[in-house]
Write a protein that binds this ligand. Structure first.
Ligand SMILES: Cc1cc2nc3c(=O)[nH]c(=O)nc-3n(C[C@H](O)[C@H](O)[C@H](O)COP(=O)(O)O)c2cc1C
Length: 171
């Protein structure tokens, strides 16, 4: 399967072309975990994650408005950014499905206030919800980072709708 198209052209802004253009931006892959109102762990795959501010320490990600998980993420005062390793494609796919219990069989540790840290990730950012902002057909979630953990595992990346590995080009 071809990941990259070599053709670059000025097209009118049609949704498919825009989607394809956006998808050419390489991202990491995260699972945003929260506890629902009953204290049950919930997770959702997101690559819209980005650092936002160092001082104060803020991050941002966005969730589409028509996500069935939206009410859960809006009520959650805390969330964890679980940054996936390159051997966690199954975790990414599992948390991208509209299944009721995506945590079934997934091993994790309870982080601050019990919000799940999924085992085997390369990094965790434990956040307090700072603010939400409207962003077209998405809602932006800004989190204040309260605790971080990091390992030296290789990251999972995503581009053109495909999972890829990251290869260093500089020493
Ligand atoms: C690699 C990848 C990245 C994704 N990033 C986002 C994202 O940033 N925001 C979002 O709303 N959905 C994103 N999705 C889709 C959601 O994970 C998916 O729609 C959601 O888990 C379905 O559950 P829901 O029905 O509860 O919304 C992504 C999916 C994949 C595979």
């Amino acid at each position: 399967m071809t990941v990259f198209s070599t053709q670059a052209s000025l097209t009118e802004l049609d949704p498919t072309a825009l989607r394809r253009c956006m998808a050419s931006f390489v991202t990491g892959v995260t699972v945003m975990t929260v506890l629902d109102a009953d204290g049950k762990p919930v997770g959702l795959t997101a690559n819209s994650f980005s650092s936002l501010s160092l001082d104060p320490p803020l991050i941002v990600w966005s969730l589409r408005l028509n996500s069935s998980s939206m009410p859960i993420y809006q009520q959650a005062q805390r969330f964890v950014v679980n940054i996936l390793a390159d051997d966690q494609i199954d975790i990414s796919n599992r948390f991208a499905k509209s299944a009721p219990d995506r945590f079934n069989g997934v091993s994790y540790q309870p982080g601050m206030a019990g919000v799940p840290l999924i085992d085997g990730c390369i990094a965790y950012l434990e956040c307090k919800l700072e603010a939400t902002y409207p962003g077209g057909d998405h809602l932006l979630f800004v989190g204040r980072v309260e605790r971080i953990q990091q390992t030296e595992r290789p990251p999972l990346a995503f581009v053109g709708g495909n999972y890829v590995a990251v290869k260093a080009l500089t020493p």
